[in-house]
Design a protein around this ligand. Structure first.
Ligand code: BGC
Ligand code: CA
Length: 356
């Protein structure tokens, strides 16, 4: 009995030791995991990102570029703001409470920059706005805030030139032979700097080249393909062949317009309508190759995504935001990625830009 008891005692001791040892081992593992994750947090800082809405055609490419460039460099907290500024404001608060080290914000409403800035300022957090440019005053109001995007007016000027070249090369497009270019214009979101500048400068550039124009219609299609098609349906019904050019602030709306035109028998036989857009997204490139779209303006999603990651990562690490990059800041604290005209002749450039 005694023997049995001492055996049990020994066994339980051994068991306890093993269990303890195991426990010790487990806790060492835990410690090193914790250590690794602290090291990770230093090497891979958390960056809070919002996209104004995931189902924006162009922004989905910017988002992919951001995800690709942040891989192994930063931990992204990525949010779909679903085109709702109140939702975005909440997301910003949530990200701050999660301890992000910098914010990369694609505003829903360009006017809301001040609200985001004041939240960031309270906790001394850097903010990089991208794609929707805040006002100059807002950008100047906080030392730790920057913008990554483009020079909006440049896209309008390039689009205008593209229209002029095509118009001059095709005198038959002046269908009523009145020497004037009768156009309809699908505008992006009103108040969006890109939409305002493209609308203004594309038409101004045409006029400055000595071509007379007549605006038949100008309405917002909110950057959206379906809305673009609906408007084009209505305009074809109203104006028919009096329309001589379809000018679109982006490709998504241009693609919608092309669908509408196709349904009306355009692009078959002699029936043609020139359409131009901006972005040079892959679906638009397909239409350019098929001869259904005159051209587009490359909005370089890959480099805008890359610059957003570079700048917000440097900001998160407390470095100079341009350190180790080739980006330049202008006097408004903005990194501006250039636009490029795209037609069949140089389509490969756009294809390369949008290939992963
Ligand atoms: C793009 C549009 C896009 C918008 C979103 C613009 O720069 O050209 O396609 O819908 O940004 O803010
Ligand atoms: Ca005409």
């Amino acid at each position: 009995m005694r023997k049995l008891l001492s055996l049990l005692l020994v066994l339980s001791l051994v068991f306890a030791l093993v269990a303890c040892g195991g426990g010790e081992q487990a806790s060492t593992e835990n410690d090193s995991q914790e250590q690794a994750s602290t090291e990770n947090a230093e090497a891979m800082p958390k960056i809070g990102v919002t996209i104004y809405k995931f189902d924006d055609n162009f922004m989905s490419f910017v988002r992919r570029a951001i995800e690709k460039d942040a891989k192994d460099k930063a931990e992204l907290v990525l949010n779909d703001s679903q085109n709702d500024q109140a939702k975005q404001n909440e997301q910003v608060e949530m990200m701050i409470s999660k301890g992000v080290k910098s914010l990369a914000i694609n505003l829903v409403d360009p006017q809301a920059a001040a609200t985001i800035i004041s939240k960031a300022k309270e906790v001394d957090l850097p903010v990089v706005f991208f794609n929707k440019e805040p006002s100059e005053e807002d950008l100047a109001s906080y030392e730790k805030c920057w913008y990554v995007g483009t020079d909006s007016s440049e896209s309008g000027v390039i689009q205008g030139k593209l229209i002029v070249d095509a118009w001059k090369a095709h005198p038959e497009w002046d269908k009523n032979s009145d020497g004037k270019l009768q156009y309809v214009l699908l505008k992006g979101e009103p108040g969006h700097p890109d939409a305002e500048a493209r609308t203004k400068y594309s038409v101004e550039t045409i006029v400055s080249e000595g071509i007379q124009v007549e605006e038949l219609e100008l309405q917002t299609g909110m950057w959206d393909s379906v809305k673009g098609k609906e408007l084009m349906d209505a305009w074809i019904a109203k104006h028919g062949d009096n329309i001589e050019f379809v000018i679109c602030n982006n490709d998504a709306m241009a693609l919608g317009a092309i669908n509408s035109l196709k349904a009306e028998g355009y692009f078959e036989g002699e029936k043609f309508m020139p359409v131009v857009g901006v972005d040079a997204i892959p679906d638009a490139l397909t239409q350019i190759e098929a001869g259904l779209m005159v051209g587009s303006v490359l909005n370089d999603a890959a480099n805008q995504g890359k610059a957003t990651v570079d700048v917000s990562l440097n900001a998160a690490q407390g470095k100079d935001i341009l350190e180790g990059t080739e980006w330049k800041l202008d006097d408004k604290k903005a990194v501006r990625v250039p636009y490029l005209p795209i037609t069949l002749d140089n389509i490969q450039i756009a294809k390369d830009c949008y290939s992963e």
